[in-house]
Design a protein around this ligand. Structure first.
Ligand SMILES: [Fe+2]
Length: 298
């Protein structure tokens, strides 16, 4: 019982056609103009036209009506108004201004096991289908007061704290290391969305294809994060946020919410266990948030 997944993210972007084209090429399936589906997560991204890039809505799935009642009470207890609607509970997180909607949703099936060639036929390694992300794994949002904003997600929504990395809380619902990340920034912005693929090979193949004719899209990868142990490749989208192909064995190993209780006050981990050196000349921070992250020691 409880909250268990990100249903979807709604973004406003100033360059809608180019951003739609990016996410189509990235491997999401556009079911109607601006709405994109993953393989198992359903419609998980909605892009709308706006004058400035903005995170408009974050939709979160819960198991039961009782969960919605409890969440509404907890959010109200934080002094934030929460509206119980026919669709669930809605509240605006006050620091980021993001409308967070919690509604009842089916749990997703367990992630499929990593795919691999089934024979030694060399063609299996070069004949490729487009990479199709399985689901939206996490959303990282920059904001001016991560300590205040995290209370909404931890004490209101009922998420759990996994780690701090570059000054920001990494929070989870259940078995992923993180589903919502807050990072210090001078204003609210979308830092990145992360899309789970089936294995490391798909990260490399998908990232390579995305930058083949667009080297400016390359941000950072291939690498492996330290705190969450996931492999990654970050690409820059036309609206200024990053989009991450990722794969993690950790998510699949964890089958209870209590498999791992990290100490958020423990040793601070580096951002990456290893990675290509591209970070030096193209930092993984949008212009708007580079200063505070660099100031925190990265
Ligand atoms: Fe990420």
């Amino acid at each position: 019982m409880g909250v268990h997944r990100i249903i979807s993210l709604v973004r406003e972007v100033p360059n809608l056609p180019a951003t739609r084209a990016f996410y189509t090429e990235f491997g999401l399936h556009e079911t109607s103009p601006g709405t994109f589906a993953t393989q198992i997560g359903g419609e998980q991204l909605e892009l709308r036209s706006g004058s400035e890039p903005r995170v408009a809505e974050l939709n979160i799935g819960a198991d039961a009506e009782a969960d919605l009642d409890a969440i509404a009470r907890r959010i109200e207890g934080l002094g934030i108004s929460a509206e119980r609607t026919g669709r669930g509970v809605e509240a605006v997180e006050p620091v980021t201004g993001v409308l967070v909607r919690i509604s009842i949703a089916e749990r997703l099936p367990k992630d499929p096991p990593p795919s691999a060639p089934t024979s030694v036929e060399r063609t299996e390694l070069v004949q490729r289908d487009p990479v199709r992300p399985q689901r939206l794994g996490h959303v990282a949002i920059g904001c001016t007061d991560v300590e205040r904003a995290k209370r909404f997600f931890l004490d209101g929504i009922g998420m759990r704290l996994s780690d701090y990395v570059i000054g920001g809380p990494f929070m989870r619902f259940e078995t992923d290391h993180h589903n919502v990340v807050l990072l210090p920034a001078p204003k609210t912005l979308l830092h990145h969305t992360a899309w789970k693929v089936r294995n490391v090979d798909e990260i490399g193949y998908g990232g390579s294809r995305m930058i083949e004719n667009h080297p400016d899209r390359h941000a950072w990868g291939l690498g492996r994060h330290a705190a969450s142990a996931n492999y990654f490749w970050y690409l820059k989208d036309p609206a200024g946020a990053f989009s991450e192909y990722y794969y993690s064995e950790m998510d699949d190993l964890a089958d209870t919410p209590f498999f791992w209780d990290p100490d958020p006050d423990g040793e601070e981990l580096p951002v990456a266990a290893w990675a290509s050196p591209a970070l030096q000349d193209r930092p993984l921070v949008p212009e708007a948030m580079r200063a505070p992250i660099l100031a925190s020691g990265e």
